[in-house]
Design a protein around this ligand. Structure first.
Ligand code: BG6
Length: 489
């Protein structure tokens, strides 16, 4: 209501994430009129800075999206007037008390809600949660805390972090972000499945041969190696982003769209999955490659990466869900950095048509004749279904074509950044797209034994050249389950 205020406190305001994602997302929400009338943005970090200096930093990060050009400069100026800075220590309740006093000056007696965004390294999450809850939580409104991965490195460290946070916050106050859940096409998965008659009935082992979740980036760690080397691609992308997509893809229909109903189904499907084993995983690491006269450095040539690092920058895995719906259907994941293209997609390969009358038209390669549904999460968002049709004319030749929903052609508007959706949801108290602690536990339970095995046996990654399609091993892994990667050609 107009009588309440919201303050978004960006803890770690001088960091990369804050500059690249959080401030721009807040501005976009402001531009769209989605923020409450009385809102304030507070940057908090150790470095000394004035509010004016913070505004300069922020204004350098703001852009106006294509459909937001009108009055953009004006809006930016107005937005910046809502932004302030307070410097303090991350582990000092005193510093947070000071902060709280400042916040009160802006809250002017209204119902005052406070959203802390912890854009800081995970080893200080609990300190900040403690200081914020003891010294800066709102006495006249809600207090919520957004945290961003890494949520630990394995089941044990993640459980410890959860315990630490829960000493100071309730589960309802904790908003764990997986920004892939805020992506338009990931959100659309549920609409696709549950509001179209033609998909959900086919969404079972009876009709689906395999499902592929593919994440590829065409750049390396480039300076982020310090963080990345301690985690690797399995923790960075698979255990969270791809597994979350898988859970939404494979869960049973929820009782309703309420956060708890959806998250209950996600946990159930995660808990029905088989724990990963090293035989079903291929790991890789990119090495340098020169193309068109340009030398792209290998992973271990990154100055922030130790020379003999075995950390995987690529992984492929076969996962299985041991429940009635999915028994025996391979879910293949592939995630890699420094590959030939930047793309995230879900590929659903359907089974062969029983007794196909047109069998002969496909020669010996019936796999090529199956329907495939592709959900391209990014870039250039799209959903298309590969079907067989007759080439027009007097002969009888078959062709493969796409029934195609291409977002750029269908909608004349930019798709909001994932962080906009997620920040707005956190402000509104909508927890559907945030990870509940039991989901997190289930996700770690699946991957922890594998990670331990890879790391304690010092399994050497298979090298692949920067800009290539990744290690050959990924193709063998797929072949083991009679799968051909849909993105291979
Ligand atoms: C982050 C990972 O969570 O997601 C990065 O830590 C990765 O390594 C990034 O590059 C990809 O996100 P997006 O939204 O750019 O696809």
């Amino acid at each position: 209501s107009t009588e309440s205020t919201v303050t978004i406190i960006v803890v770690g305001a001088s960091g990369d994430l804050a500059k690249k994602k959080i401030f721009p997302a807040l501005f976009a929400l402001y531009y769209e009129g989605c923020l409450p009338k009385h809102f304030t943005v507070f940057g908090y970090a150790r470095s000394k800075m004035t509010s004016e200096e913070l505004r300069n930093v922020i204004s350098g990060t703001l852009t106006c999206r294509i459909d937001q050009r009108e009055n953009c400069g004006d809006k930016m100026d107005k937005f910046l007037q809502h932004c302030f800075y307070h410097s303090g220590q991350y582990n000092s309740e005193d510093s947070f008390k000071q902060l709280s006093k400042k916040l009160e000056e802006h809250e002017t007696g209204r119902v005052a809600n406070r959203l802390f965004y912890l854009s800081i390294p995970p080893d200080i999450f609990v300190d900040v949660a403690r200081c914020a809850s003891r010294s800066a939580s709102s006495s006249r409104g809600w207090t919520r805390v957004i945290v961003e991965k890494p949520f630990g490195r394995d089941a044990q460290s993640s459980a410890e972090l959860t315990r630490g946070l829960k000493q100071h916050l309730t589960e309802e106050q904790i908003y764990r972000i997986d920004h892939y859940l805020g992506k338009e096409l990931v959100e659309n998965l549920s609409v696709l499945r549950f509001s179209n008659l033609v998909f959900e009935p086919l969404w079972t082992r009876q009709y689906i041969r395999n499902v592929q979740l593919i994440f590829s980036e065409d750049f390396g760690t480039e300076g982020r190696g310090g963080y990345f080397d301690n985690y690797g691609i399995i923790r960075d992308i698979m255990q969270n982003h791809l597994l979350q997509i898988l859970a939404l893809f494979a869960m049973e229909p929820p009782v309703s769209l309420d956060a708890e109903d959806i998250r209950n189904e996600k946990v159930k499907v995660l808990r029905s999955m088989r724990v990963l084993s090293a035989e079903d995983v291929v790991v890789g690491q990119y090495k340098s490659h020169t193309r068109g006269g340009v030398k792209h450095p290998g992973y271990t040539e990154d100055k922030t990466v130790p020379n003999h690092s075995l950390t995987p920058t690529f992984a492929a895995a076969a996962l299985f869900i041991d429940n009635a719906r999915w028994d025996g259907v391979p879910f293949l994941m592939k995630a890699g950095k420094a590959l030939h293209t930047k793309r995230t997609e879900i590929r659903v390969q359907f089974r062969h048509v029983p007794g196909n009358l047109y069998k002969r038209s496909f020669g010996s390669d019936l796999d090529r004749a199956t329907n495939e549904l592709v959900i391209r999460v990014q870039p250039d968002e799209a959903i298309y279904l590969k079907i067989n049709n007759k080439v027009p004319g007097l002969g009888m030749r078959l062709d493969r074509s796409n029934l195609h929903l291409h977002y750029a052609a269908r909608y004349n508007r930019e798709i909001p950044d994932a962080y906009e959706r997620l920040l707005l949801d956190a402000i509104e108290g909508e927890r559907r797209l945030f990870i509940r602690s039991d989901e997190l536990d289930a996700a770690w339970a699946l991957f922890t034994p594998l990670l331990n095995e890879l790391e304690s046996n010092k399994v050497a990654p298979e090298f692949y050249p920067y800009g290539s399609r990744g290690p050959i091993g990924a193709y063998y892994l797929a072949a083991k389950y009679n799968v051909r990667w849909g993105d291979a050609s």
